[in-house]
Design a protein around this ligand. Sequence first.
Ligand SMILES: N#Cc1c(-c2ccc3ccn(Cc4cccnc4)c3c2)n[nH]c1N
Length: 238
Amino acid sequence: MRIDVLTVLPGLFDCFLKEGVIGKAISSGKVEVKVHNIRDFTTDKHRVVDDVPYGGGPGMVLKPEPIFRAYDELTKEGEKPYVLLTEPWGEKFNQEMAVELSKKPRLMIICGRYEGVDERVKSLVDREVSIGDYVLTGGELPAMVIMDAVLRLIPGVLGNLESLRADSFSDRGLLGYPNYTRPAEFRGMKVPEVLLSGHHKKIESWRKEQSLRKTLERRPEIIENLKRKGLLTKEELE
Ligand SMILES: N#Cc1c(-c2ccc3ccn(Cc4cccnc4)c3c2)n[nH]c1N
C-alpha cells in the first residue's frame, strides 16, 4: 500500500513514521508513506497556502490551488488514490472503515488546518472522515490515527500471531480481553487461574467471554450491530 499525505505541517509526522510497528513497516518496504508539504505546491514567493474566508468570519481557510497542484502532480502516474479528507464532522472512523481502507492499493489523506480547506477541495475527495466528536486544531493527528489503524492490518505488518488475534476480535469491533503478565500475584491481586493453566482451549474461551462481556457492558450497540449482521456465532450469542 502507498499513502500520500498532504499537510502544511509535515514535521508532525516525523516520529510517527520512524518509530514502532509503523516505522518498521515503512523501513522494511512493506508499506510506502510519503508526506508532502502543501507549501511546496505554491507558486508565489511567500508560499501562501491560506487566505481569509469569503463572507467574513474568524480564521483562515486553506486555498484550493496548492492542494489541486499537489493532487495533479502526485496522480500523474500510477493508480489513482482513494482520497480522504479529515474533518471534524466527517463520517466517524471505525474498525470497519479501517478494514475497508486497508484493502485499497493507494490512499491520499488531505489534512486541513486553520478553519479547514476551501470547499472546492472536496471535489477531489472520496470520503470525509472524523476520528471523533471533539474538535482538534487540524487534520494531522486524525491522519496518523487512521494510518495507524489501517497499516496494522496490512499482511506482514504485525506478524502472523497478532493478525490472527485481530481477525477474531477487534476487526468485529469487539473490545479486547484483559491482559496479564508476571508476577502471578502483585499486591494481593492474582492472575486468573485459567491463564496459568496452559489449557489453550479454556484460555481462548475465557478471553472470548471476557471480550463479549466487556463489549456488552460498555458498548452494547456493537453487540446489537454484530447480531443484526449475523457476525456472532451461536455460542457467542449464548
Ligand atoms: N478528523 C478530524 C477532526 C478534527 C479536525 C480535522 C481537520 C481540521 C482542519 C482544521 N481543523 C480545525 C477546526 C476546523 C473547523 C472548526 N474548528 C476547528 C480541523 C479539525 N477535529 N476533530 C476531529 N475528530
